[in-house]
Design a binder for this molecule. Sequence first.
Ligand SMILES: NC(=O)c1ccc[n+]([C@@H]2O[C@H](COP(=O)([O-])OP(=O)(O)OC[C@H]3O[C@@H](n4cnc5c(N)ncnc54)[C@H](O)[C@@H]3O)[C@@H](O)[C@H]2O)c1
Length: 459
Amino acid sequence: MKRNAAGIPENISIKEAIQLLERSNYDSGFIIDADGRYHGTASASDLRRLLISGVSETDPVSAQPYHHQYAVRQADLGSEEVVRNVLSDLTLHGVEHIPVLDKDGRIVDVFTLEDLEHASASSTGVGANRGRLKRVLIVGGAGYLGSVLTAQLLTRGYTVRILDSFLYGRRSLEQMPRTPMLEIIEGDLRNIHTCVSALDGVHAVVLLAAIVGDPASRLRPKETIETNVIAAQALAMACKHQCINRFLYASTCSVYGLGNTLLDENSDLRPVSLYARTKIASEQAILSMGDGYFAPTILRMGTLYGCSPRMRFDLVVNTMTMHAFSEGKIRVFGGTQWRPLLSVNDAAESYVQCLEADLADVGNQVFNIGSDEQNYQIESIAQIIAEALNGVKVEHDDKSLDVRDYRVSFRKASDILGFQASDTVGAASKAIYTCLAQGIIPDPTQKIYYNHFFDVMEE
Ligand SMILES: NC(=O)c1ccc[n+]([C@@H]2O[C@H](COP(=O)([O-])OP(=O)(O)OC[C@H]3O[C@@H](n4cnc5c(N)ncnc54)[C@H](O)[C@@H]3O)[C@@H](O)[C@H]2O)c1
């Protein structure tokens, strides 16, 4: 029954207490004075609520009357009535652990509800809510990557809260499990009130929502700047204010734009679109907010491919596969441009790894996410898909409207996160083809599968 400490010294600041809880992997802790006496229980969410109510992050934890008194005296453990009252109070407030105090108010043990029920013999130790599963807010969680990441986090026992304006409808939600572990908020990232409310009780934020892709951004520049630049930075600022220190920002290898060498995180950025420029602007602004507490991580992903509950057919592998299915041929425009690819499943896995990594390793860092082996020329992508789909014809057109051309090194993510892509283009293209052939996606020409039609609702 002895557990490790999540004691919060009463003289540390609210900000330091949140960080202490994050580092110790406890959701709540017991506030103790210099003599080890218990003064109350406070969760990281309780502390964050104080910040949003205007209390200074530098105030000592002890200066606030928020912490709950949930404790039982060692001497009372024998009294059935006292234990029953304590138990009903704990159940009412959703508290899972309770300190057992000696006659001087010092913590001598920590009981779970079950321990209390049995009111068994005690040993020494201090602790609280070890390993409690965390709540992650995914802004844009109904999208192509978001819906896959949501499923992966739920499988791993996280509570996931999605904030999404459903630009491409709600179909992706239909494939998600109905469980209290999944919370859905329909709302716009550009509404700061909605965002701040969505942050209540969350431990980490993943920002995926954006106007995504060069064509969509070109067609809707105002919405792109509002969403990708202004709203993205406002959300990061709101997180920093509330000491939600783990903030993952979805960026793209498109920020490199053009390059003749293998580009790493320190290479020059040569964006060739408004979309890439907005991503760079937010990367820089969000990183500049970082300090020892707020520690954002920027994930520059390669171009994604594969099946998702919110399917996109405007991504190179998915488009080629769709054409192979509907027209019996693949069209290649240009063909010599280099592009790093990454499956949507592998991309989601990299976010899980970042959420679970030590913040000191991933905070205030930029990672290219992909694999060195999946830097392809467009021509080779067509060949791989044609081969996977039993020799579909490939047609060439010299004209290419997409001038992006870059190869990227993914060594840093491999070294620090241990990230390795496991899916392949050939296997993913077969899986997409099967989905189309079986009618799981009945009409891939529908506008909801193409981001540049985002203002056209069609369900
Ligand atoms: N798909 C790729 O190839 C790729 C590659 C690199 C980086 N990324 C980045 O990954 C992220 C996710 O991309 P995706 O392919 O899943 O895109 P997506 O368009 O499928 O998903 C974006 C989601 O954000 C939501 N959204 C957009 N504006 C919103 C707003 N104002 N408020 C609330 N929700 C809003 C949309 O409804 C959608 O569900 C993006 O930030 C994108 O830049 C994607």
